[in-house]
Design a binder for this molecule. Sequence first.
Ligand code: GCV
Length: 645
Amino acid sequence: MGYESIWLKRAALPEGATAPKTIAETIAQELTALQNLRDDMIWAYLVTDALPEEGYDIVVNDRKADILGGSAVGVLYGIYDAQRQLIVNGTVVSVSERPACPLRMLNHWDNADGSIERGYSGRSFFFDDGKLLIDDRTSFYARLCASVGINATVINNVNVRGDATWLITDRYLERVREMADRFAAYGIRLYLCVNYAASIEIGGLGTSDPLEPAVAEFWKAAVAKVYAKVPSLGGFLVKADSEGRPGPHTYGRTQADGANMLARALAPYGGTLIWRCFVYNCAQDWRDTTIDRACAAYDYFHPLDGMFEENVVLQVKNGPLDFQVDEPVSPLFCGMTKTNLMLEVQAAQEYTGQQKHVCFLVPMWKDVLRFRTYAYSEHDRVEDIISGTHRRGACGFAAVANTGNDENWTGSDFAAANWYGFGRLAWKPQLSAEEIAAEWAGLTFEDSTVRNVVTKVLLASYGIYQSYTAPLGIGWMCNPNHHYGPNVDGYEYDRWGTYHRASCKAIGVDRTTKGTGFSAQYSEPLAKLYENPETTPMKHLLFFHRLPYTYVLPNGKTLIQHIYDTHFEGVEELRSLVENVVAVQGMIPEKEYTRIMERFGMQLSSAKEWRDRINTYFCRMSGIGDAKRRKIYAVSEEDLVYPGE
Ligand code: GCV
């Protein structure tokens, strides 16, 4: 088919295979790929009512393996499992698998003109110049997604503008259906982002007030048309009242009013309405210390808990701000027990090195999934909530995709591990980061030494990235707009609600009840733990507290010394990680190796820039020197003090 299919490249499709039109054709192709991997075994499959729809069992008896699925999709997932086992371990064993999250979804921020918002891997392979692209890559993409259990995708940006507003009209629906059919052959449902103001922009109405009957009628008619052409559509995803996008607040209505109006239009067709909770005031005055963006989503949505239609799912970003390197888990997971929830993470590395830096995000996502909310007497982890343990309606897990039309799909070869890892976690949150990294390395590289090195690199990468960027959960400190590279005050005097408020004595925002009150949005005992710096997890210390540079951390270091140490050590650890990869040069195909090294070069120089800017800023600001006398660009040694010396 002409494209390198990254982690499935060794599961070769039959010679001359064309894009499958039905799931039966996909199964036939993938069975051949399986047979090619192991032709001395008999592979058989069966669909059975005894299993849940997407579940499967692989039953191995000597040289025969039966793949039983609750549906054709279940069988397909079973075949991919067998392929994975063969490629990674060289053998296949019996397994019994059921997906955890009902919705396992990618959100693409692709624009109709072919650009990608926060895209770091080339241009869109769904759109170009106002047109939908449907080609072999569409099916290859679907294959990669299905191979890790992803069952839903949203192909257009949540910021729906211009041509994209027309995706739900005759102008596009024929092509949308073709796209949906391509995906359906891999068990994937297509969703679309819609423009909340479509009733104005394409409907000719003067309003998008959700309580205005003409607006509801507009959507009913639009949805009827969509489903007449694309009956398999999963539903809509909406960003409203957020970062300049229109929404019900314009009319003094609530988020529930807006979501329910759309959900009612979708309900007759079994459609789901996914509504984002990323609602905050993005025109803040930095001088006003009483407003805290972190509080916004909970303030808006918590009072509406239980007021959403059954086919509404609220999509909640993992943290209360915006995909920073490390944020506490959004308190909405504590406070929305009567509403369907979806977790949203960002595989696109907007704030985590933009796919120039290696940053395997699975360890961070695991922390979010394992987080105990204390919202239920049992099964109260985020992974329980998004698996639908407590709800009848849909729940799930979404990732902002990191793909583009680059040859290797994700710009950085290692970034593909985040796409892969997201799918695996949405299927089975209990998998460890180690297992996922080893699986991906095993699928992608042949040599066992290389596999071990790559696994090691992936697992160390997040901690290293964390250590040389903004310290202890405070976030931001990046260049405005494009968000790459350090700029400590880049967002300090801006309108986005993203402040560190460093002075010569202290740093951080007090988000306890003595400050903005954010900590009180959590259930007990969390609220109490976050109230006190001594019981706040160290990685989130500066998210919750304003502390002097001389504050002594649990590791015995002062805050300022910790900043210096982590930043110096982070760069050194990165250097040694790179050396590990250099040591296996020759065992990695040359093209991949060259690409990896180019990215490491960019990462190293950026990491040094981070180290020096952060250290210098805080050294100059605090007037406290580094106890280890490493190179910091303080203006003059005489400006500095060395406490305790
Ligand atoms: C799609 C952040 C990004 C925006 C993005 C937004 C969102 O603010 O910088 O590019 O817009 O999140 O999630 O809606």
